[in-house]
Design a protein around this ligand. Structure first.
Ligand code: FAD
Length: 415
């Protein structure tokens, strides 16, 4: 076995990098192991929104009657690779089993605990590092075609209010006043304060990774094949580049984490919720703040020299390449919302959201192997919740108890 630093973090996405930096700040020697490098996975192409108030899960009671038309309709934001359905079915049944009011409330509370202070957590992580320049405080807007469409979402907004989130409603004139670039495009909007914007999520995560290295951290490029255990404790990892020793291991490899910890006896009902972005280079349109086009299920964010439209959901597993239909959908909907959009080039990307059946991440120690910690499963919200997850994990790994109840995220809750 190759001698290694003390703590290994598997995965160089936003969760892994945040965890590694917080561990480093506690004085540990840390190595990040990633098969490609920093921001090689989902942290590269997301919508860049610190969506502190986006605590309502996808699985709501309102979703259930819409599923057939979402799956079979032509212009809908939900996609399925039908050949994947047999494999997906057990996950799907449990996932949809949470589409009830009681679970929505419980999940919203758990996500709020993780995300309510997201912008502050990002500042605490990135301040004074080269990553700071990609981070902006900003409002986050949800736009609707009409007030009636907003009213159909009333349950979600009521739950947010109960959890202490404030927001401002804007009619079409209010939207145009808030941002003239929005004039005559949407009928109604809801403005959420205390959010944030990352102007380039890939570069942001890489800059954090570079900061970690500048502070003495190590990056090892290798694909992890398995965690090696002896007498109920992890002693290292087997990788494509050989074996590495470790006294403590954090698994933060996003949607690819499942198999790694299933081999250690943990039940992980997690699927990739594939999402896409279409990015318009040198656009003539620039929006003041990022916004979610609620009925089309994608977000729009003006980034550095690009307009990124990112979202939709496709179930099709980790192995299959990108599909044509979600990209065409995003392009078609963008063209109809912004017929005046001009640009030099278009870029397309697909990423894997790590989604558990109960929409909650797994954060904490593995009961069977107590020197391994899980830090994955952040579904649509890993950029928002990544830094705080990293802070909590660094506390847990160093034997401190975070000043919060982590039961909702317990990795063994499905076992
Ligand atoms: C279209 C889209 C839009 C989104 N928009 C937002 C948003 O606006 N706000 C928000 O908060 N969230 C958003 N998300 C979700 C967010 O991007 C993810 O939740 C988050 O990036 C997950 O981070 P991670 O560090 O867990 O995983 P990743 O970023 O996927 O990192 C995992 C890393 O592990 C590495 N890896 C995997 N397997 C191995 C292995 N065997 N050995 C070594 N390394 C391995 C990969 O190379 C990768 O670098 C969006 C997602 C999508 C798809």
């Amino acid at each position: 076995m190759k001698a290694s630093d003390d703590i290994l973090v598997i995965g160089g996405g936003i969760v892994g990098v945040s965890t590694a930096i917080w561990l480093q700040r506690k004085g540990f020697a840390v190595t990040i192991v990633d098969r490609e490098g920093f921001a090689a996975g989902t942290s590269y192409g997301n919508a860049g929104i610190l969506a502190a108030s986006s605590v309502i899960p996808v699985t709501t009671p309102q979703l259930l009657p819409k599923i057939p038309s979402m799956l079979f309709g032509r212009d809908t934001p939900l996609f399925l690779r039908w050949t994947y359905l047999p494999k997906l079915l057990p996950f799907l049944l449990h996932y949809l089993g949470h589409a009830n009011r009681k679970d929505v409330k419980r999940i919203a509370e758990g996500l709020a605990n993780l995300m309510h202070d997201s912008a502050e957590q990002h500042y605490a992580l990135a301040k004074g590092t080269p990553a700071e320049r990609y981070m902006k405080h900003s409002d986050y807007l949800h736009v609707y075609p009409s007030r009636q469409a907003f009213e159909k979402d009333a349950a979600g907004w009521e739950t947010r209010t109960e959890l202490g989130y404030g927001y401002t409603e804007l009619d079409a004139a209010g939207l145009a006043e808030y941002d003239p670039a929005l004039a005559n495009r949407f009928g109604y909007g809801v403005l959420c304060p205390e959010s944030g914007q990352i102007t380039d999520p890939g570069e942001y995560t890489r800059a954090l990774g570079q900061h970690f290295i500048d502070q003495g951290g190590r990056l090892e490029i290798a694909a992890v094949e398995e965690i090696i255990t002896e007498n109920g404790r992890a002693v290292g990892i087997r990788t494509s580049a050989g074996e590495m020793q470790a006294s403590r291991i954090v698994v933060a490899s996003g949607a690819w984490s499942g198999d790694m910890v299933r081999k250690l006896g943990l039940k992980v009902p997690m699927e990739s919720e594939r999402g896409y972005h279409v990015e318009y280079v040198n656009p003539n349109l620039h929006f003041r703040v990022p916004f979610m086009v609620t009925e089309a299920k994608f977000a729009v964010n003006s980034m550095e020299g690009r307009l990124r439209c990112a979202g939709v959901a496709e179930f099709g597993g980790l192995a299959a390449g990108p599909s044509r239909q979600p990209v065409e959908y995003l392009k078609r909907r963008t063209a109809s919302l912004f017929p005046d959009l001009e640009y030099d080039d278009v870029r397309v990307w697909m990423g894997h959201r790590p989604s558990t059946t109960d929409s909650m991440p797994m954060i904490g120690t593995l009961p069977n192997v107590p020197n391994v910690w899980a830090g994955f499963g952040h579904q649509h919200l890993g950029l928002t919740g990544g830094p705080k997850t990293g802070r909590w994990l660094a506390q847990l790994v160093s034997g401190e108890m975070p000043n919060t109840d982590l039961t909702a995220y317990a990795p063994d809750r499905f076992s």
